[in-house]
Every structure is written in C-alpha cells, then in structure tokens.
Design a protein around this ligand. Structure first.
Ligand code: SF4
Ligand code: SF4
Length: 372
C-alpha cells in the first residue's frame, strides 16, 4: 500500500497559507530525500496551453521551487510543447502562452525550459514495460533530471479519463514524436444525427484531415493523426472515439510512464492539485465548469496511488449542479463527463508496476496544528 498525503484546499487560519500547505506536504511525503545536492531537479508543470482560465497559479510553482532549493537541488521548471495541436510553431506559442499565464523565472523562482527543445524532438529513446510501444522518446530535460517533481492539475481527459500524474508522466514528458505515437491509429467517429454542420471541426483540424461535404464532415483517414482536436471543438458532442481506441491510448500512456519512471530511477514526487476540477485538461482552449467543489492538494511518491486517490475523492465529492450532467455523490465523475474510464488506465499502470492502486490517505494538519 502506498502513502498519499492530503491537505485541504481551504484555510481556517491565516498562517495556513498555500506556501505552508505545500511545504508541509513536501516534508510529509519525504521529497527532500530524493534530492541530491547540486543535482538537476525537473519540476514538470502544466505550463502550456492558453484560453482556459482554470490553471494553476505561478505561486504554486514558486512554493515548490523553493522547497527544491532548500533541499539543495538545482530546479528547472519544464513542460513539453504539443505539436499534435499546433504543428506550425509550437515553441513560439509556448513562450507566449506561459508569459500570458504569468509563469516566468521571476514568478516561479527558476528557469523555464521547453523539455523537448525548440523543435520538439530533443529527447532519448527509453525502454518501456509492456507490449504496445517497445520504447518511447522521453523529452531531454526530463531524461537529464536526477529527480522529477510532477505538478498536476487534476482534470478530466477525453481519452484517458483523468489528466493527472500518470498522463503527466506518460504523455506530457515525451518528445513530439513520442506523443504522436500515443495517438497513432486513433480515429474520431462522427454522429451524423447530432451534427449541425457548423464546420468547427473542419476549421480546427490541424492536419487537414476533415473536409466538408455539405452533409457534415468527412474524414480523410490517412491524414488523421488521432489528435482529437475536432472532438474538443464540437459543440454538439457529435464526435466521439470508440472505447477500444481509448483503451489503446490508455495502455500506451501507462507504458510510456514506465520509461519516465526508469529515467528517474524511481525519484519521482507527485503533487496533485484537486482544485477547479474541470472536465477538460488545461491544454484545451476552454473548458466546461468544474465538476465538484475544490477538494485539496495531494503529495505522494506513487503516481498510481496519487491518481487513484484523486479519482476516489472526486467520486465521493458532491458535484456542482449542471444542466446537462446531474452529478451526485458517489458517481464516477470523470467517466460520466469524458466517456473514458480512468480506472482502466490505473489498472494497466498498476499492472505494469508503475505504482499501486491501494493507498493510505494521510491528512497533513493545517499550519499551527502540529505535523503528521
Ligand atoms: S480529424 Fe480530428 S483527430 Fe483527426 S487529425 Fe483532425 S482534428 Fe485530429
Ligand atoms: S463540429 Fe460537430 S456539429 Fe460542427 S460540423 Fe463538426 S461534427 Fe458537426
């Protein structure tokens, strides 16, 4: 059984600041023990993407950076570019996106670098565990790091069910080629009866794989990269992906995560932020409203346990009233909102040895009330 440390998202006294919460979680989870003096520590954070206002504040990154420095490590704050959705100039737009969102060396306390380099292909082929991939290209800044602190904003994900620790490792720590391999062969399905012929999917397909034929979009299968941007933009929920393709993606993500775990030799610390828990991940240009009330922050050295705790806590939480999704306590919110089952991803990840689904949830008391 793995340990997952939890603290509430809210504060009852003024000394229980975000800084204090993150510091206490770090100490409880024993992250300093992973940091070697003067060695590179990659703080992998969800920096890119623009449009959605549900993203982590720079203050969160700053508080973690200061703990890395206090432990003697050399922090670098990093994320990869997404060439699936932006094939023209992802590095240019990445710098613009992080600046607009307020992430900088000044605000976050350490240099910001694109983990997979300016062209997106800086990385190393690393063996994976499992039958699907046979190795995956891990982004260079992740590969070089002595330890990795993964900062996740937990949300839904249209293919994986959950965007959390496992997807951060198995999708967001890869080169552009590696990430494209996760999506190979995944094809959208169009429900003609729901389509209103708005053309948004055709206009937003980055790969020219859709044409409009007057009765709705038509897919050019050889051009399609399985990026599902069309699904994201469809206002009618007229585009979906079959369950077998979602599961293929989940198996690949879990396998790719084993490569990242291998490069870090197990020195991985997870911070999961369960606030503004939206149906769509941060890389989307917009999102629906949060599914549930803010729950809190988690820290663990086990990515599967961190995600299992996240899904369970969200499932147990009272959902916000929604006109199209009446969500109650006990309902698995991500599967309902995204159509993808997060437990399948976590079952596969646990089966590959990435971590354990069984966890012990340990509350870290608020500042001023003693330590766990
Ligand atoms: S058709 Fe959809 S899934 Fe295929 S490349 Fe275009 S946007 Fe991506
Ligand atoms: S975005 Fe959706 S509703 Fe609009 S044309 Fe495409 S499938 Fe039809």
């Amino acid at each position: 059984m793995s340990r997952v440390f939890w603290t509430a998202a809210w504060s009852k006294n003024l000394s229980d600041t975000l800084w204090a919460k993150i510091s206490n979680l770090w100490d409880a989870a024993g992250f300093s023990e992973m940091i070697a003096p003067g060695r590179l520590v990659a703080i992998k954070a969800p920096l890119g993407g623009i449009g959605s206002h549900y993203y982590l504040r720079p203050l969160v990154i700053r508080a973690i950076t200061e703990k890395v420095i206090a432990a003697g490590g050399q922090p670098v704050i990093t994320d990869t570019t997404n060439t699936l959705w932006n094939r023209e100039n992802p590095s240019f737009s990445w710098h613009e996106e992080v600046a607009v969102k307020g992430y900088s060396a000044n605000s976050c306390g350490a240099p910001l670098v694109i983990a997979n380099g300016y062209a997106g292909e800086d990385g190393m082929l690393v063996p994976t565990t499992g039958a699907e991939l046979g190795g995956i290209e891990v982004a260079q800044a992740i590969y070089e790091a002595e330890a990795i602190i993964v900062v996740t904003h937990v949300t839904g994900h249209p293919l994986a069910g959950i965007s959390g620790a496992v997807t951060a490792l198995g999708s967001e720590c890869l080169t552009s080629s590696g990430r494209r391999r996760l999506h190979e062969g995944i094809k959208p399905i169009f429900k003609g009866e729901l389509c209103n012929h708005c053309g948004l999917c055709v206009a937003n397909c980055p790969w020219g794989a859709l044409i409009s034929n007057g009765t709705g979009p038509r897919l050019l299968p050889d051009c399609c990269k399985g990026c599902i941007r069309c699904l994201a933009y469809c206002p009618q929920r007229a585009i979906t992906v079959c369950d077998s393709h979602k599961r293929l993606f989940q198996r690949r993500v879990a396998e790719a995560a084993t490569a990242v775990q291998r490069t870090a030799r197990g020195k991985i610390g997870i911070f999961s932020f369960l606030v503004d828990i939206t149906p769509q991940p941060d890389c989307y240009p917009s999102s629906g409203p949060p599914l549930v009330v803010d729950i809190g922050f988690l820290a663990s050295q086990d990515p599967v346990a961190a995600d299992s705790a996240s899904v369970s806590l969200i499932q147990a939480a009272q959902g916000f009233p929604r006109d199209f999704l009446p969500i109650k306590e006990g309902v698995e919110k991500f599967a309902l909102a995204t159509g993808a089952d997060p437990w399948f991803l976590l079952d596969v990840a646990a089966g590959l040895g990435l971590g354990k689904k069984d966890y012990e949830l340990l509350e870290v008391p608020e500042e001023g009330k003693g330590n766990a």
